[in-house]
Design a protein around this ligand. Structure first.
Ligand SMILES: *[C@@H]1O[C@H](CO)[C@@H](O)[C@H](O)[C@H]1NC(C)=O
Ligand SMILES: *[C@@H]1O[C@H](CO)[C@@H](O)[C@H](O)[C@H]1NC(C)=O
Ligand SMILES: *[C@@H]1O[C@H](CO)[C@@H](O)[C@H](O)[C@H]1NC(C)=O
Ligand SMILES: *[C@@H]1O[C@H](CO)[C@@H](O)[C@H](O)[C@H]1NC(C)=O
Ligand SMILES: *[C@@H]1O[C@H](CO)[C@@H](O)[C@H](O)[C@H]1NC(C)=O
Ligand SMILES: *[C@@H]1O[C@H](CO)[C@@H](O)[C@H](O)[C@H]1NC(C)=O
Ligand SMILES: *[C@@H]1O[C@H](CO)[C@@H](O)[C@H](O)[C@H]1NC(C)=O
Length: 498
């Protein structure tokens, strides 16, 4: 078709211009950096010549677009596209099973080669079908790509699209060690119009990683969501993009560059977590942004989420809270016991801290820096958020309690009761991890004796659209060793202040 041809031509011309500009910028970067820029060590001229040799990819059999729908998005309208490796799967499948919902979630796992006997027979009834990524060694680009093994990972979205599944609103890309929180994901994506072009995900926690890769790139381990029309456009051009960017080391860079070239930029959502952090991330998880938790990644690298459990048990344990209410998972609520100068900070379903001083919520929402950055050279600013340093100061160091159990309380539900006592509540127990071993902040007001915190919370979903966190009250600290807190809606003009 003529218009088609014209399009291809002008695309080529434009690409050349963009590439020339990019090459210039990269050249400057290389010169400026004098050597070390490992991302951009590209054979510029060779790349530019390649561009001139573009052949448009053969047209693909496209699955029918999802019907224009006014119905709310549900979990079966997401299609997962997971890149895995045969070698790592044995260890990772237990993480995967914690979030995958057999016969509800849809998707594919793409392996680098045929599965080995140790992971076969494939349990089709509780895992998605697997695919072996198409062999790309015969692609011309394979021979000059800086990391040819990423080509197959980039192409997972294309191979997923070609499967032709119907009624897909969002394609979700993830790694085999990404854990997704599906209810929250559905809630979040429901806020966006899946008939428009959306690329939704998270960036790295590390300033250095974003600097090295891009502040405009969804980091793939955190997962990202691509709306149907964008997936369609992406897939139509993907092989061409792979040829355009043979100097990118990771698949996320190629995808984000391709999406940018399609005129779509990243919608950054703070609930996607790449977790480019090392060590104990409890400080990070205990001060989660006020957005639904969407994903966690790198759990094989960080310390177990709960200090008394191994990594896999920790994830399962977190999921026991998630199964009752994902909307509040990790959401932070702060309240005070002013007579004793105590502050409580609860991260729903994860941790509870008692500080022996009155500390404003505005400060407590900064994570305690229990972790270290991913990049080896620690040199602030390390993180894309503010932190508080861990100290030995009695007034700044919390007593730490971790989530132990959750129960749904069904209050008076007899049939003739139409009173207001019939509200359902959730009861959670948080237990002390270890003695704090510091003197008290104010004389005679140590919280050392508290071994347990009981937290009551509403058994309704949190309404994020209201854009406001919740409030809480300290209802009892005079019990022998247990403090009691109740989480509730904030009053209309209530401020949580010392
Ligand atoms: C999701 O919505 C589609 C279309 O509205 C419907 O066919 C499907 O059964 C729904 N799935 C679930 C799990 O509710
Ligand atoms: C999923 O569906 C298949 C066929 O309908 C059934 O055999 C299998 O038991 C189901 N699996 C689960 C975990 O419900
Ligand atoms: C891909 O094909 C090449 C030759 O065509 C072969 O050497 C290689 O083993 C294949 N790779 C996989 C993973 O099958
Ligand atoms: C609470 O803190 C204030 C100073 O901020 C101090 O004067 C007061 O004595 C403390 N109260 C108790 C009960 O420790
Ligand atoms: C806190 O004190 C302990 C022992 O007294 C010491 O090992 C540790 O380095 C101190 N931590 C900080 C952050 O000062
Ligand atoms: C309250 O509801 C629960 C479960 O819905 C039921 O098992 C229980 O019998 C009910 N209690 C009364 C007093 O109706
Ligand atoms: C702390 O308690 C001890 C005995 O329990 C008492 O002798 C002392 O006066 C108290 N100190 C303050 C500052 O209240």
């Amino acid at each position: 078709m003529n218009p088609q041809r014209h399009n291809n031509l002008s695309t080529k011309l434009n690409l050349c211009k963009i590439l020339a500009a990019t090459a210039f910028v990269i050249y400057i970067v290389i010169v400026y950096h004098n050597s070390e820029s490992y991302v951009c060590n590209l054979p510029v001229e060779k790349t530019l010549n390649k561009v001139a040799a573009f052949i448009s990819s053969p047209s693909l059999p496209l699955p029918p677009p999802s019907p224009p729908a006014f119905s709310p998005t549900n979990v079966s309208q997401l299609l997962f596209c997971i890149s895995g490796s045969v070698k790592a799967w044995r260890n990772r499948r237990s993480y995967f099973r914690e979030w995958w919902r057999p016969n509800v979630t849809r998707g594919y796992i793409f392996f680098d080669k045929e599965p080995t006997m140790d992971i076969l027979p494939w349990p089709y009834d509780n895992l998605p079908p697997y695919r072996v990524s198409e062999n790309t060694t015969n692609f011309e680009v394979y021979s000059y790509h800086v990391r040819p093994d990423v080509i197959r990972i980039v192409r997972a979205i294309l191979e997923t699209f070609r499967e032709g599944d119907t009624d897909v609103r969002w394609y979700i890309i993830g790694d085999d060690d990404t854990i997704f929180f599906l209810d929250n994901m559905v809630e979040l994506l429901g806020r966006y119009d899946h008939t428009k072009y959306f690329y939704i995900g998270g960036i790295s926690e590390g300033v250095k990683s974003n600097f090295d890769f891009s502040f405009e790139m969804a980091f793939g381990g955190a997962g990202c969501a691509i709306s149907y029309p964008l997936a369609e456009a992406l897939v139509a051009n993907l092989d061409q993009c792979i040829e355009t960017y043979p100097f990118y080391f990771v698949s996320d860079q190629i995808l984000s560059a391709c999406i940018a070239d399609l005129g779509v930029s990243l919608t950054y959502e703070k609930g996607f977590h790449q977790i480019d952090l090392v060590g104990d991330i409890s400080g990070f998880l205990s001060a989660h942004p006020q957005e639904p938790l969407i994903s966690l990644h790198h759990l094989d690298i960080v310390s177990p989420l709960f200090p008394t459990m191994d990594r896999h048990k920790s994830v399962r344990h977190l999921m026991t809270a998630a199964k009752v209410d994902q909307s509040r998972l990790l959401q932070q609520t702060v309240c005070y016991h002013k007579q004793r100068n105590w502050t409580f900070s609860i991260a729903w379903g994860y941790s509870a801290y008692i500080y022996e001083d009155l500390i404003p919520r505005s400060i407590l929402r900064r994570p305690l820096e229990t972790f270290t950055p991913w990049s080896l050279t620690k040199r602030p600013p390390d993180y894309i958020f503010n932190t508080r340093l861990v100290t030995n100061n009695s007034c700044e160091t919390p007593h730490m309690f971790y989530f132990r159990s959750i129960t749904r309380l069904i209050s008076n539900n007899d049939s003739n009761s139409n009173s207001d006592t019939s509200t359902d509540e959730i009861k959670m127990i948080y237990v002390r991890h270890k003695p704090r071993q510091l003197p008290s902040c104010y004389p005679n007001h140590s919280a050392d004796y508290i071994s347990k915190i009981r937290v009551y919370a509403p058994a309704t979903k949190l309404n994020f659209v209201e854009h406001r966190g919740e409030c809480c009250d300290v209802i009892n600290i005079d019990g022998k060793k247990t403090a009691e807190i109740r989480i509730r809606d904030c009053k209309k003009t209530e401020i949580v202040i010392v």
